[in-house]
Design a protein around this ligand. Structure first.
Ligand SMILES: Cc1cc2nc3c(=O)[nH]c(=O)nc-3n(C[C@H](O)[C@H](O)[C@H](O)COP(=O)(O)OP(=O)(O)OC[C@H]3O[C@@H](n4cnc5c(N)ncnc54)[C@H](O)[C@@H]3O)c2cc1C
Length: 382
């Protein structure tokens, strides 16, 4: 059974000073940014805003200076993320690269790959997407079938990926590819990760529309796509262990409880005009819930900063955080006493969007059932 604990996490004074700087930056650059766009949270996209963040040194903040990073602490990074998420800033163009592709390359990439790919990420100029899921291989990721065959000097990739967020605008994908036939004795063997330039001939990106009417994820088809040897990430055949590390980066951040924050914000704004005891109790419950999750999430950031690996605690916060995010539209509906109106107030528009988008929160990054399975295994229950 894994150890599960949440030691109190506190932010150092430099992180609080940084918070004021981030708030000033947000008021300067996003004063006219509409609530309905802020509701997109970390799915909101504005490459120019990402470049501005890069110029401030807020992408790849913890990475070594030699690769364009700022060598800041995980807690300072936490404050930047938290403020950007609370403001609903459009961070999508650099989010994946900052959160997981960059750290993956720092852990497993070659020196040449780090020098080539990390500096443009820190400048907010390079957008990455994640090619893991395939039709019929989502939760059961080990069953992927997209294959790479080695020729004398390159890899040739054939197959397809699905639900690939931002593939339509990404410069690169880090893809999990089968490079050896499936081994019935070890399901996790024979997969490798590749850096794929999305402009390579043979790649077709087809958008999928979600229920909110947006096309933010895609199908991606590979038809004899040639990838040079030097774009293999880490060890050939060792992709599974690398992907597991990458998923831990994906699951541990504050974005896993702040995706519906804009709805809470707009709700409080409206209810404050004519507060009742019932609305005060309803809002109080949500804020207490949010405060508790924040403390747990901060505790994880503090453990990461201390070089610990709190995977089980992170899985628990993701699961509890997603539960909270998904509960907000229902609680808002209860307190407003009505459904959102088409073309209504900021609150109406934010609620209409988040009510639809929140369905996906317990799917992306690993479904609820999969997260609960991981937690149960960690606790020695299965
Ligand atoms: C908004 C969004 C963005 C995404 N972005 C990306 C991306 O950028 N890149 C990428 O690679 N993927 C992405 N995904 C895909 C996501 O990772 C998968 O949808 C997810 O892992 C589930 O896989 P699936 O869709 O194949 O569902 P399935 O695995 O078929 O699951 C269907 C249902 O069965 C349940 N289930 C499956 N196996 C078990 C089990 N063993 N025990 C109990 N229940 C089980 C699941 O919990 C789920 O409820 C995204 C998904 C969403 C919704």
């Amino acid at each position: 059974m894994e150890d599960i604990r949440f030691p109190p996490g506190t932010l150092p004074p430099e992180a609080e000073t940084l918070r004021q700087e981030v708030r000033a930056f947000i008021s300067e650059h996003l004063s006219d940014y509409p609530a309905e766009k802020r509701a997109r949270s970390w799915s909101g996209n504005d490459p120019a805003f990402s470049r501005l963040m890069g110029a401030k040194g807020w992408i790849g903040m913890t990475w070594p200076r030699q690769y364009g990073g700022g060598e800041k602490s995980a807690l300072e990074r936490y404050v930047v993320l938290e403020e950007m998420l609370a403001a609903g800033a459009p961070v999508a163009a650099h989010w994946v690269a900052d959160r997981q592709s960059g750290p993956l390359l720092l852990n497993f990439g070659t020196e040449e790959q780090r020098q080539r790919f990390l500096p443009p990420i820190t400048r907010g100029e390079s957008c990455f997407c994640i090619g893991m899921s395939e039709p019929n291989s989502g939760s059961d990721l080990a069953s992927i079938r997209t294959r790479g065959e080695h020729t004398s000097e390159d890899w040739v990739i054939n197959g397809s990926k699905i639900w690939t967020s931002k593939a339509h605008m990404a410069d690169f994908m880090i893809a999990l590819i089968r490079t050896q036939p499936q081994d019935s004795t070890n399901r996790h063997a024979g997969m490798s990760q590749f850096l794929i330039d999305m402009k390579t001939p043979g790649i077709t990106v087809r958008p999928i529309q979600n229920m909110a009417g947006e096309s933010m994820f895609n199908e991606v088809f590979f038809d004899d796509v040639v990838v040079p040897d030097e774009n293999l990430v880490g060890t050939e055949g060792g992709g599974w262990g690398q992907v597991t590390t990458e998923l831990a980066f994906e699951r541990s951040g504050p974005e896993r409880y702040l995706s519906s924050y804009r709805l809470l914000y707009e709700l409080v704004d409206e209810l404050a005009e004519n507060p009742t005891e019932r609305s005060a109790i309803g809002v109080g419950r949500m804020v207490a819930h949010l405060g508790t999750l924040r403390q747990m999430s901060l505790s994880i950031a503090t453990m990461l900063e201390a070089g610990e690996n709190p995977n089980l605690a992170a899985a628990l916060v993701k699961e509890l955080g997603v539960d909270f995010e998904q509960s907000i539209p229902g609680r808002a509906h209860d307190l407003m006493g009505r459904a959102p109106l088409m073309g209504g107030s900021d609150l109406d528009q934010v609620m209409a969007y988040i009510t639809q988008a929140s369905r996906s929160f317990s799917l992306r990054g690993g479904t609820r059932e999969i997260m609960r399975g991981i937690i149960a295994r960690g606790l020695g229950l299965r």
